[in-house]
Design a protein around this ligand. Structure first.
Ligand code: MG
Length: 157
């Protein structure tokens, strides 16, 4: 078995969509990034890559490569899953925590889990997504951006 950890941050910006785990969340601000800036999918992708010491998504999908401009991060996650499978591993489970002051994400959690588990071709029960505020503290607390921690467990086929 192999364990992996991923962490990512994106800052809020105007005129951008807010996409988390492949789900578009209605909000006045979105996240800034070269891709669609889906910080949850990025953190999970990094956890999966990290579990097999395969680097990070920045190496696999460089942000100066036009192919990944506004890229759908769910597709990048699927690419990562293909790599994991090629190496002979399957996902046991994923756990993630979104650090976000606003907007409230409670009503979108199940949809995110569904979208992510579909993308990774695993059971929704094996994908945990949690959200918390940081009590107004730090950059997430001030509403400047969103951070996500993710961990995964892989096992050899
Ligand atoms: Mg990112």
């Amino acid at each position: 078995m192999r364990i992996g950890h991923g962490y990512d941050v994106h800052r809020f910006a105007e005129n951008r969509a807010l996409i988390l785990g492949g789900v578009t969340i209605p909000y006045e601000l979105g996240l800034l990034g070269h891709s669609d800036a889906d910080v949850l999918s990025h953190a999970i992708s990094d956890a999966l890559l990290g579990a097999l010491s395969l680097g990070d998504i920045g190496q696999h999908f460089p942000d100066n490569d036009d192919r990944y401009k506004d890229a759908d991060s769910i597709k990048l996650l699927q690419e990562v899953c293909r790599l994991i499978e090629e190496k002979g591993y399957k996902i046991v489970n994923i756990d993630s925590t979104i650090l976000c002051q606003k907007p409230k994400l409670k009503n979108f959690i199940v949809e995110m889990r569904k979208r992510l588990s579909d993308a990774m071709n695993i059971d929704i029960e094996d994908v945990s997504v949690k959200a918390t505020t940081e009590e107004g503290l730090g950059f997430t607390g001030e509403g400047l951006g969103i951070a996500v921690h993710a961990v995964c467990l892989l096992e050899k086929y």
